[in-house]
Ligand binder design. Structure first.
Ligand code: NDP
Length: 449
């Protein structure tokens, strides 16, 4: 293994060292590669970053907690799951990031998500550090009481590690308002505190209006600003979206409100296609089906305008804009080629790291506008920041004000990306450099901690 104390002569040397330190952590390495390549020139521009080993330090989370979660299912059988909280960086604020419940998680997945969150949170302009966590618990097919018992068992351990000035958790895949409610109830019961240690809470108990919608709405705001900057528009454009969860359905809702036509959505079983574009009423029904009733997208097919495609992809037919909003690495090189062939001029990421490096290369070669998730999906954490502000001030902000503030944050992130992007206006470079500079400068100011 390369000596950690040597000066790395190249980005590749650094990445070889990081890969050897984190064997088998493919998702984490993938996220680190993208960031390292983007920020490497900054180490020459600002030698203090190199001297203080900021990049090496940022490739190591401040803390990882992994724990056992034991609970009883509806048949009285004992179930054992694994929980995680990766507290990545507290350089610019308390740890902050979502919780994911999915069978497809690992230390690598939570580390990549927390690393992405570090730069994303910095880009918002809010004082938010970064974290991510969750469990290898699959909520599909579980009863409401099982979900509640699992959330209570999970929070019984997590509550030792979070708090409104320490680490603030929120939702992600498999964790929506229902789970946040159960998690908050258990947090409050054990800690005997009613505070803002969780965001995405119900409106009746400290939640902010618009938190549920914020990631999807913010994504569409960002895509609109990006399109306008390139003398294009989302109006009348055909938009294909993967996923049918919190991010996907709110992106569909806002895109439709802007006058775009959403022609595809998907879930883990297949794709729902609508050639004329889902209308607002159909999207409302899909929100009830997927977000409230936790049903299957297939059940929305009507044999007429809404066509179900079992195991099918949302990237079929012709469309102008692709919004991947399901999960990491859902778009490989082949899928990217399909998106290019469909005539798309833009891909903006609602999910975290949905495109593989090969896919990004194909999109760039084809000249698509490409918005990385750490910039385009930051609306959710921004409104979480507003919810934290509201909780600590014992106050409430109305929905319209928050919507304007969300638009301002997305516009600010877009400006930051272009300001740091370099001559080719590359949003990946811009997002990574802008976020990195903010975190790096805070780390320098705070000394070797
Ligand atoms: P949800 O659980 O609400 O929705 C996820 C959707 O994607 C579901 O429709 C799910 O299908 C589908 N999906 C998940 N995994 C797979 C898979 N492996 N293959 C096919 N489909 C899949 O999650 P969110 O909408 O909250 O999150 C989606 C993405 O957005 C994630 O990458 C998350 O990290 C990112 N994100 C979320 C934020 C938030 O505020 N929630 C903030 C920023 C980013 P099914 O319905 O069948 O389960």
């Amino acid at each position: 293994m390369t000596d950690a104390n040597q000066d790395f002569q190249s980005c590749e040397d650094f990445l070889a060292w990081a890969e050897a330190r984190n064997p088998g952590e493919h998702e984490f390495h993938q996220a680190l590669c993208e960031i390292a390549h983007s920020v490497w020139p900054l180490l020459d521009d600002t030698p203090a970053y190199r001297d203080s080993r900021i990049l090496e330090r940022l490739s190591e989370p401040e803390r990882i907690v992994r724990f056992r979660v034991v609970w009883e299912d509806d048949n009285g059988a004992v179930q054992i799951n694994r929980g995680w909280r990766v507290q990545f960086s507290s350089a610019i604020g308390p740890y902050k990031g979502g919780l994911r419940f999915s069978s497809q998680v690992s230390t690598s997945v939570f580390k990549f998500l927390a690393l992405e969150q570090t730069l994303k949170n910095a880009l918002t302009g809010l004082p938010l550090g970064s974290a991510k966590g969750g469990a290898d618990f699959d909520p599909h097919g579980r009863s409401d009481s099982e979900i509640m018992r699992f959330c209570q068992a999970f929070m019984t351990e997590l509550c030792r590690h979070i708090g409104p000035a320490t680490d603030i958790a929120a939702g992600d895949i498999g964790v929506g308002p229902r789970e946040i409610g159960y998690l908050f109830g258990q947090y409050k019961r054990i800690r005997n505190r009613f505070d803002g240690a969780l965001t995405g809470k119900g409106l009746a108990f400290g939640g902010a209006p618009l938190r549920a919608e914020a990631t999807g709405y913010g994504l569409v705001h960002f895509a609109c600003i990006m399109a306008h900057a390139a003398d294009n528009t989302l109006e009348d454009r055909r938009v294909a979206i993967s996923g049918a969860g919190n991010v996907a359905l709110h992106a569909a809702e806002r895109a439709t409100a802007y006058g775009a036509k959403v022609v595809a959505l998907s879930d883990s079983r297949g794709a729902l296609l609508c050639d004329d574009g889902f209308d607002a009423e159909a999207i409302g029904r899909l929100k009830t089906l997927k977000l409230d009733d936790h049903g299957a997208l297939a059940d929305a097919a009507d044999g007429a305008g809404l066509r179900w495609c079992e195991n099918g992809s949302p990237w079929q037919g012709e469309f102008d804009v692709a919004l991947p909003c399901a999960t990491q690495n859902e778009i490989d090189a082949g899928t990217a080629d399909t998106i290019v062939a469909a005539g798309a001029f833009m891909l903006a990421e609602g999910a975290n790291m949905p495109c593989t490096p090969d896919a990004i290369a194909r999109l760039r070669e084809a000249g698509l506008l490409y918005a990385p998730g750490k910039a385009a999906n930051a609306g959710g954490v921004a409104v979480s920041g507003f919810e934290m502000r509201q909780n600590s001030a014992f106050a409430r902000t109305d929905r319209d004000t928050l919507d304007e503030q969300l638009k301002d944050v997305m516009a600010h992130i877009h400006d930051m990306c272009l300001e740091h992007a370099g001559q080719d206006n590359d949003y990946v470079t811009g997002a990574s450099r802008a976020g990195f500079r903010k975190v790096a400068d805070a780390m320098l100011a705070q000394g070797l901690v």
